[in-house]
Design a protein around this ligand. Structure first.
Ligand code: NAD
Ligand code: ZN
Length: 252
């Protein structure tokens, strides 16, 4: 696993860094009870994402797309932030974290109080009509008969997340590039970093001279080639300890 020395090393790096950015993935929310997609028993074992999660399926076979979306909504909507989300919000409030680039669609960074969150893949908290644009909280969309329809025009509805076949919002892409290019330290938390273009952010940061530190219980494709060092532990537990140490260092 990891040592107290590695927690202290990261805390010192955060305090010394002029600009720190976090990139978070599905592992960030595992301690909130939301499983990753790729892992054993994950959603991708049950549903082929490129089919069920494709924008064309949603448009023309919404009943099919919503089988998977219902499963996702049931996992995500009741979830609460964990110690890791709160630790990142605290770092931002201390002036030690510039932004979070997240691949997650659960909205939990916002709920925990983080302000500067770049949602690369949108989020599932709201749902919009594909015909008239009417937007409502996803919690208001009934899931007992799927696919749900727009209460205004009966059109097909879509959670405000980025689907396969859709572009990453340009604003998210531009801001993430800027953040990755200009940071001194990037924390890569709970992601395999295989889904592009979000996955290129650690490379961009590294090429621009930043330290890249990974927090993940497992090794990833970044571990050997991109990371300055890795802390192999669960995000919530590790980040809570790191922020505790940061506060200690700032006091002393
Ligand atoms: P991934 O499923 O490819 O990788 C998840 C990573 O999390 C793995 O490397 C795993 O070792 C790590 N992990 C597991 N438990 C952890 C913990 N407690 N702490 C830290 N790390 C832990 O996920 P991905 O790379 O993020 O890509 C999958 C895509 O699906 C992304 O777009 C992602 O946002 C999306 N997704 C989102 C959610 C969510 O919003 N909560 C959940 C699942 C998948
Ligand atoms: Zn409508």
């Amino acid at each position: 696993m990891y040592t107290d020395a590695s927690i202290e090393r990261l805390a010192r790096d955060i305090v010394a860094s002029k600009k720190t950015v976090a990139l978070s993935g599905a592992g960030m929310s595992v301690e909130s009870g939301i499983p990753t997609f790729r892992g054993k028993g994950g959603l991708w074992e049950k549903y082929n994402p490129e089919e069920y999660g494709h924008i064309t399926t949603l448009r023309y076979h919404p009943e099919r797309a919503w089988i998977m979306l219902k499963d996702m909504q049931l996992a995500i909507l009741p979830a609460k932030p964990n110690a890791g989300h709160y630790a990142l919000a605290e770092l931002e409030a201390l002036g030690l974290l510039s932004s979070i680039i997240t691949q997650n669609v659960d909205g939990l960074h916002h709920v925990a109080g983080s302000k500067n969150v770049i949602e690369f893949h949108g989020n599932l908290q709201t749902t919009s009509c594909m015909d008239c644009g009417f937007q409502q909280p996803s919690s208001a969309v009934p899931l007992d008969t799927i696919p749900p329809r727009c209460p205004k025009c009966n059109g097909p509805v879509k959670p405000d997340a980025v689907f396969f076949g859709e572009a990453i919002p340009l604003d998210a892409l531009t801001r993430s590039h800027q953040e990755a290019q200009s940071c001194e330290l990037m924390l890569v938390i709970g992601t395999e970093a295989v889904v592009y273009p979000a996955a290129s952010m650690p490379e961009i940061a590294r090429s621009a001279g930043a330290k890249v530190v990974e927090i993940n219980p497992s090794r990833t494709p970044l571990t050997d080639f991109i990371c300055t060092y890795s802390i192999h532990g669960p995000a919530g537990e590790v980040l809570a300890k790191v922020v505790g140490k940061v506060k200690e260092l700032r006091k002393g």
